[in-house]
Design a protein around this ligand. Structure first.
Ligand code: HEC
Ligand code: HEC
Length: 394
């Protein structure tokens, strides 16, 4: 009897749940929208959350992420992966910014439309803790970190416009971008959620891509986990917090590498892998550079041969290295800093001693330790995070 009542009440509960379920017919996208979207895209029924929460060690150092609007980021993700938005239909942002490589490319120069090559090495978007935390003059005024190796773009929207219209990349006019977006049925529901209407404009397309890029963050590396535990134990301030204590979770080699990095590299690339300390520097790749970098845009003599200082998150994944992809691996990079720095008149003071280029004199063990440390900056979470992956069905 007891069994029977239990069964009965289970059955009643089941009916009740069933009833609740059939009453619950709220879906984020309507049935028609879901059917349309699912013909082309693998998007979750309910949109992913694109809120960025930086780890405590970066928040305590004064970095904060800008709000990301979820539905704009969802739309931006589709635009980021859509090859139809290029002149010959073969290239999307993701062709040169691949998630499994921390959104970089493994070629010195990337392939754009019609097999054209880019003039510089693709920049890893996962090389920073978070774009919105410090990129774009709309947030940080004159202290802002600008986009591209020569710092020519001020905001994520400017940067995206640059990539879409660059003849070596996607080679579209913004008008063509907007009309292509308008003509693809799957953008209708996404645009409506993001902007309340299906009217496509160039600015709205750029706003959506910016939201997606701004949501990208890489802050779950081994280094971050250890830095979170070591707070209060640093020197420096906002721009350049340096952890001189050994991290408990690091191997001896990683800790030795960290110390070498702090002493020789952090004054430019930053000690907490937050904001780069300098917006640009001449690191002495060439005594007489042909690519003038920032100076090629600004015209300032002192900036000729200076380039954006990249942060080094996920650096183990983003070979080849430098603005022209000249170094194939980290050993070559370290050998360059060891003995290869060239005597450019505007070589940065941190890489000079007594008026001549510095030789860092790393031993073979030092080099291995530095590389062991650089490997702690890899964030596997970003590489596997579905909400940044290709949403297209084929
Ligand atoms: C054909 C390859 C290619 C395509 C397509 C491409 N990029 Fe890039 N991207 C690059 C290269 C190369 C650079 C560095 C160029 C330079 O600095 O002159 C770059 C730089 C960037 C940067 C600057 C990062 C920084 O730290 O300054 C961002 C952001 C970016 N791309 C996002 C995008 C987005 C969004 C799209 C699509 C709208 C896109 N890219 C399409 C190759 C590409
Ligand atoms: C004076 C500032 C400065 C110092 C000090 C410095 N770097 Fe750099 N680093 C730069 C600049 C600027 C670039 C970009 C140069 C370019 O591509 O033209 C760069 C590029 C790099 C890159 C390539 C990044 C990429 O995405 O391609 C690596 C790796 C690197 N540095 C590692 C180091 C290491 C390791 C040290 C210390 C041994 C160090 N740097 C010291 C300024 C500096």
């Amino acid at each position: 009897m007891k069994k029977f009542t239990t069964l009965c009440s289970l059955f009643a509960l089941f009916l009740l749940l069933g009833a609740c379920k059939s009453d619950f017919n709220y879906y984020y996208y309507s049935k028609e929208e879901t059917e349309l979207l699912s013909q082309f895209l693998k998007l979750p029924e309910f949109p992913d959350d694109y809120t960025v929460t930086l780890p405590s060690h970066l928040r305590n150092a004064g970095l904060f992420a800008r709000g990301v609007e979820r539905d704009k980021a969802v739309l931006g993700r589709v635009i980021f992966y859509d090859k139809k938005l290029s002149k010959d239909g073969t290239v999307s942002c993701a062709s040169c910014h691949k998630q499994e490589l921390a959104f970089s490319d493994n070629k010195a120069f990337s392939d754009g439309v019609y097999d054209r090559s880019t003039a510089r090495n693709s920049i890893a978007l996962g090389s920073v803790a978070n774009f919105s935390a410090y990129y774009g003059t709309d947030l940080n005024g004159s202290n802002a970190i600008r986009f591209f190796w020569d710092n020519r773009a001020e905001t994520a929207a400017d940067q995206s416009r640059g990539s879409m219209t660059n003849a070596q990349e996607m080679d579209m006019s913004m008008h063509e971008i907007a009309s292509t977006v308008e003509s693809q049925s799957y953008y209708g529901p996404l645009f409506k959620k993001a902007f309340g209407s299906t009217v496509v404009t160039e600015d709205l397309v750029l706003e959506a891509v910016s939201n997606f890029v701004n949501a990208m963050g890489s802050f779950q590396s081994k280094f971050d986990a250890e830095a979170n535990l070591s707070q209060g134990n640093f020197t420096g301030n906002f721009g350049n917090v340096i952890y001189n204590n050994n991290f408990n979770g690091f191997t001896a080699a990683e800790n030795r590498g960290k110390q070498l990095y702090n002493n020789n590299c952090s004054s430019c690339h930053s000690g907490n892998m937050g904001r780069p300390v300098l917006q640009l520097a001449n690191n002495g790749l060439e005594a007489n550079p042909i690519d003038l970098g920032v100076g090629g845009i600004s015209g300032a003599n002192s900036e000729k041969g200076a380039f954006k200082v990249p942060t080094l998150r996920n650096i183990a994944l983003t070979a080849p290295y430098m603005h022209d992809g000249r170094f194939n691996n980290l050993i070559e990079v370290i050998d360059f800093y060891n003995t290869g720095i060239q005597n450019h008149p505007f070589l940065h003071a941190d890489l000079r001693v007594g008026g001549v280029p510095m030789q860092m004199n790393f031993s073979a063990d030092d080099k291995n330790d530095l590389i062991a440390f650089l490997n702690t900056l890899t964030d596997d979470h970003l590489l596997a995070d579905k909400k940044f992956s290709d949403p297209f069905k084929q």
